[in-house]
Design a protein around this ligand. Structure first.
Ligand code: GLC
Length: 756
């Protein structure tokens, strides 16, 4: 075992000892560190493994003995057992790294990342990440494959649920908060892990929103919109980055030298571990880029990809590439060095079990503090999209029917929750029964969550699909729901996607609420117009019909373990909604990709004008149904016009932009004040507006508060025509508001003067 390092990092070993270790390792041992295997290789008896997964993957016992990491298993006793056995056989007793997709919770499930972004509260996001890392680390894990930093603009792509939305600034704040929450300042400390920023880079821009499809956007768009969030995660100290499945401009991201060496290593200064996505190195053969697996191994290693996730591309071909002098062993040494450094940063040479502790597992998983935090995060993630006649908060003296497949569903998780227990979730019905007068309350499921869509999901091999009920049973469910609606004053309808309808490999061409639920909605609407829709989904959906005829819509995303409590807290007014949309909600899928920070055109469309030759659709509006940054509260706010401290900003100066915000309603409320700026003319066309800051203010009725934003030159920098990053003198327009929409014609002008 390597001796302890100096006092500064009491949990790590001296670099010189690590160097000695590397120099003492055999080539087989070194290459072993560069493969990640599934847990099954270390769980079943060796005979079964050798005749099963190992045979299938052509992995030798030598490699199993030397592999550097495993993925997708948690549970402290199991991981302690695996580590103990493994280290006995590893020639230098180098510990395994345990990695898993802990995306928005291990046992206590927090809102999905898209919902956490809707809080516009990075500090809260960080706290959720800290709690998530605490549960994962005491369960024996060292690395989580989070945060996903992919910028998204296309709601057809199922992984938008895992992103922080369409804006580079908001995504950057969310990603850095997650990395800091997961890693802290020193990942060797208790309850900290390594984050893994993924998927580098531009995966959110897959063509037509179709999963794993090619990405064909310009270098400037990549650098301007897609790179910032990855960089924010790397600047926050991420210990790992993951490559991506797609091609960029015809070259697979996983073997793309410009992307992985020039950008990631050289420009972004990332010196941590680069892991491939699942099988992505081998898939470069399928892409038609690598001739064969040997070629794939050579191309990936030459791009400094350190770990091959779950294939034998590296372990089956690197040795031969060295023997044939196609690559130098020094390439292997660099990769293994980064892997050993990460293990050292985690303190694994000092303590290979790190925070794994059965007692702490019992103490912290789903503890009351984490549940309270999950409830608070869910409340703040909800976005109130509509609230006609202030039907919300509910009048508890009224007769209320809770109808819909999510009324009593415990599936408030997402497809990325791998080890939760659905019985730990609080449903809406659970929460209602705790506080409502049940003599005036009725619950009816009304319909199944899925009908025809179930077939689509089934053909993707997903098991967890609701069993089809008989026609009679479904008819009875609907009739009971209609009766309940007729007998009630208000109907709360909890509708939405199946949890397996968003996430990886769930691209959808028709992004609507399942039709069987819309049929129920229409049937209920016929007998009761006072409908509040609570929406469970992992992506923006086409909500036109709901938006036209529901009186209120509360977007709750995938709210997690405390979803039921959080929803009832908001429906009853115990808590007020404050979330804002991190992604535009399309009017129709025909608009997609639709996003607020689009570029102007030479023929901009002016609402209401009949000019033929304008940039518009002739059959649908240009605007989304609900814009980025939008969200209602239970009160009203008034905002003064913007006051500027001057009209010229100098390179090293600061301009102040201030507004007075007043709560003119009858209830306490929280508003997210957003700062947008437009560069009116530049060496490349700049977006019609860009989010440059936000501040949340909570005000009592009648209370007012001044909100001040500092405007600095660095906020105005962009990728200029010559490819360099910087600002350009000239005119800018600035808005301060509570959404990205509106005020197009107003805004305040100011100038940037770069002369010394
Ligand atoms: C998946 C995902 C990636 C995940 C990895 C390990 O295919 O693309 O996000 O971390 O495999 O499960």
């Amino acid at each position: 075992m390597l001796q302890a390092a100096n006092e500064r990092e009491e949990n790590t070993v001296e670099i010189s000892k690590l160097r000695e270790l590397l120099n003492d390792m055999s080539l087989t041992e070194k290459i072993g560190q560069m493969v990640q295997l599934r847990e099954t290789f270390y769980q079943d008896d060796i005979e079964h493994v050798l005749t099963g997964p190992a045979k299938e993957m052509n992995i030798s016992p030598e490699i199993i003995k030397n592999a550097g990491s495993i993925l997708s298993v948690d549970g402290t006793e199991e991981l302690i057992r695996i580590q103990k056995n493994y280290m006995k056989n590893q020639p230098h007793h180098i510990p395994l790294l345990f990695m898993m997709d802990v995306i928005h919770g291990l046992k206590t499930i927090f809102p999905i990342p898209l919902g956490q972004a809707a809080t516009f509260e990075p500090k809260l996001v960080k706290r959720c990440a800290e709690a998530m890392a605490k549960e994962a680390s005491v369960s024996g894990l060292h690395v989580t494959f989070a945060p996903m930093a992919d910028l998204v603009r296309d709601a057809r792509w199922g992984r938008v649920m895992e992103s922080a939305g369409e804006d580079p600034y908001l995504s950057s704040r969310v990603v850095e908060a997650m990395v800091k929450g997961i890693q802290g300042d020193d990942m060797s400390q208790s309850y900290k892990m390594s984050a893994c920023v993924k998927h580098f880079a531009g995966y959110g821009a897959v063509t037509a929103g179709r999963e794993y499809n090619s990405v064909d956007i310009g270098e400037r768009a990549l650098k301007e919109y897609h790179f910032p969030a990855y960089k924010a995660g790397i600047d926050a100290g991420a210990g790992m980055v993951m490559t991506a499945f797609h091609t960029i401009d015809g070259i697979p991201a996983t073997t793309n030298s410009w992307l992985l060496k020039d950008i990631l290593r050289d420009q972004m200064k990332f010196d941590g571990v680069l892991i491939s996505d699942f099988g992505a190195i081998q898939e470069t053969v399928v892409h038609g880029y690598s001739e064969d697996m040997e070629d794939a191994a050579q191309k990936a290693i030459s791009c400094d990809v350190d770990i091959d996730m779950m294939t034998n591309t590296y372990v089956g071909h690197l040795q031969k590439l060295i023997e044939n002098k196609i690559i130098d062993e020094s390439c292997i040494d660099e990769c293994v060095w980064r892997i050993l450094m990460l293990k050292n940063k985690l303190g694994l040479f000092e303590n290979p079990y790190k925070d794994a502790d059965p007692e702490k597992e019992k103490q912290y998983l789903l503890c009351s503090d984490h549940r309270k935090l999950a409830r608070q995060a869910a409340i703040k993630s909800f976005v109130l999209l509509k609230n006609e006649k202030n039907i919300l908060p509910l009048d508890l003296k009224k007769k209320i029917a809770f109808i819909g497949p999510y009324t009593n569903s415990r599936q408030m998780n997402s497809s990325w929750v791998l080890s939760d227990d659905c019985n730990t979730y609080v449903t809406i019905e659970d929460a209602v029964r705790e506080i409502f007068d049940l003599s005036r309350t009725v619950f009816e499921k009304g319909c199944q969550l899925l009908k025809n869509e179930a077939d689509l999901l089934r053909n993707t091999g997903i098991e967890d699909i609701p069993k089809e009920l008989s026609e009679e049973a479904q008819k009875k469910m609907c009739e009971d729901a209609i009766w309940a609606a007729e007998e009630s004053d208000i109907v709360v309808m909890s509708l939405g996607e199946h949890f397996m309808q968003s996430g990886e490999a769930t691209s959808r061409g028709v992004i609507e609420i399942p039709e069987v639920q819309m049929e129920l909605f229409r049937a209920v609407r016929k007998v009761n117009k006072n409908i509040v829709v609570v929406l469970f989904n992992g992506r923006p959906l086409d909500l036109r019909e709901i938006s036209e005829s529901a009186q209120a819509i509360l977007e709750v995303w995938r709210p997690g373990t405390e979803g039921g409590h959080a929803i009832v807290d908001v429906l009853t007014g115990k808590e007020s909604p404050s979330g804002k949309l991190p992604m535009s909600f399309l009017y129709s899928v025909g608009q997609v990709p639709v996003y607020y920070n689009e570029l102007p055109t030479g023929r901009p469309y002016k609402e209401g004008t009949l000019q033929r030759f304008q940039s518009k659709y002739i059959d649908i509006p240009n605007k989304p149904l609900y814009p980025f940054g939008y969200g209602l509260t239970y009160t009203d706010f008034e905002m003064s016009t913007v006051e500027m401290s001057g009209d010229t900003l100098h390179e090293t100066g600061t301009l102040l932009a201030r507004v007075m915000v007043k709560n003119t309603g009858k209830r306490m409320g929280t508003e997210t004040i957003q700062l947008y700026i437009r560069d009116i003319a530049a060496s490349v066309v700049r977006p019609v507006k860009e989010l440059k800051g936000f501040q949340k203010v909570s005000l009592k009725p009648g209370e007012k508060k001044e909100v001040v934003f500092e405007i600095k030159e660095e906020m105005l920098q962009f990728i200029r025509a010559d490819g360099t990053k910087g600002s350009e003198a000239g005119k800018f327009k600035l808005w301060i508001g509570n959404s990205s929409a509106g005020q197009e014609e107003t805004g305040v002008d100011f100038f940037l003067n770069l002369s010394k």
